[in-house]
Design a protein around this ligand. Structure first.
Ligand code: PEP
Ligand code: MN
Length: 330
């Protein structure tokens, strides 16, 4: 339940209301409070002089619900406005591997008329023996691409030891599929105002996914985007299964912009262009595509990254689809 109190109510009136709601009361705004959905049973007419408006929810999808805020949240990321008719096409290698390849990537992005670069400096690898990312040196290279080419930087946080460092360098903080349950990360991101891109865990229900977003929103950061990147099913021919039904659900019921990541879902470059086109046809807020100047030598996710030529071809085929669903690609 979300409660918007009348202006100028006293602290003691809020205390009485909070005690009645019997649960955690999260102050969202100066006079907006979020409480457990069942609280509406206890809040009765005696509070009419305190409460201006209230929204009764049937689950803990609250601040992200279209019941509370009907329009998709507008979130500014450089020249891109999420929640408008623009679709962000954010591309880059899985991981920052060095300056030359980041230069090549940045030039591809600028020549393609796009506005953001995405790569990981802290890689959440399944094995401790695999490439773990360049760490702060990688963040510095991303910042250099921002300075030189005017691109906004999307990069991920792997664990709560370096959240602040990533917040300092990035324009958008990506919380990966494995990190999205980490409440230390979610709460730290809730204290920032930077856009937070939360990727869906591969065993995460839509309810759990959106509840992760609620941690950031209720912490005071209204700038949250969701990213569907495939879930684990019985199928093994693709790396994961892209849940387009889930995307339809998120668009219908939540006010959060939705980004799709066909690269991690498919796991193989050959399938990424078809999937990307299918995603674009759904009228989504963004697409995340992994590209590499030479995918065969990539230090992570080698099999799924597109060559720069393949990406250019894909982009040309995406434009008429975007236009058909009333969108422009930035
Ligand atoms: C990535 O975006 O490179 C990544 C590691 O993704 P995910 O967290 O979805 O596995
Ligand atoms: Mn990757």
């Amino acid at each position: 339940m979300i409660i918007q109190c009348r202006k100028n109510i006293s602290e003691s009136q809020i205390d009485i209301l909070a005690a009645t709601c019997e649960g955690v009361v999260v102050k969202y705004d100066s006079n907006i409070f979020v409480v457990t959905p069942s609280a509406h049973k206890a809040v009765d007419a005696q509070f009419d002089n305190i409460i201006e408006t209230s929204w009764v929810m049937d689950s803990d999808i609250q601040l992200s619900s279209r019941k509370f805020k009907a329009d998709t949240r507008q979130i500014q990321i450089g020249k891109f406005t999420a929640g408008s008719a623009q679709t962000l096409l954010t591309v880059g290698p899985c991981g920052v591997e060095g300056e030359e390849m980041m230069e090549q990537t940045a030039r591809l992005i600028v020549e393609s008329g796009l506005t953001s670069i995405r790569a990981g400096a802290f890689k959440p690898r399944t094995s401790p023996y695999s490439f773990q990312g360049m760490g702060e040196d990688g963040l510095k290279l991303l910042a250099k691409m921002r300075e030189k080419y005017g691109l906004s930087v999307v990069t991920e946080v792997r664990d709560s030891t370096h959240v602040q460092m990533v917040l300092d360098y990035a324009d958008v903080i990506q919380i990966g599929a494995k990190a999205m349950y980490d409440h230390g990360i979610l709460r730290a991101c809730g204290r920032s105002q930077k856009p937070i891109l939360i990727k869906r865990g591969f065993g995460t229900t839509l309810q759990e996914f959106v509840q992760a977003a609620e941690f950031v929103l209720s912490g005071g950061n209204p700038n949250v985007l969701l990213c569907e990147r495939g879930i684990r099913t019985f199928e093994t021919k693709s790396r994961f299964t892209l849940d387009l039904c889930g995307v339809a659900y998120l668009k219908e019921y939540t006010n959060l912009p939705v980004i799709l990541d066909p690269s991690h879902a498919m796991g193989y470059a050959y399938g990424v262009p078809d999937l990307a086109r299918a995603c674009m046809a759904m009228g989504i807020d963004g697409l995340l595509i992994e590209v590499h100047p030479n995918p065969s030598v990539a230090k992570s996710d080698a099999s799924q990254q597109l060559t720069h030529d393949a990406f250019r071809k894909l982009l040309e085929s995406l434009k008429p689809i975007a236009a058909a669903v009333g969108r422009s690609i930035v």
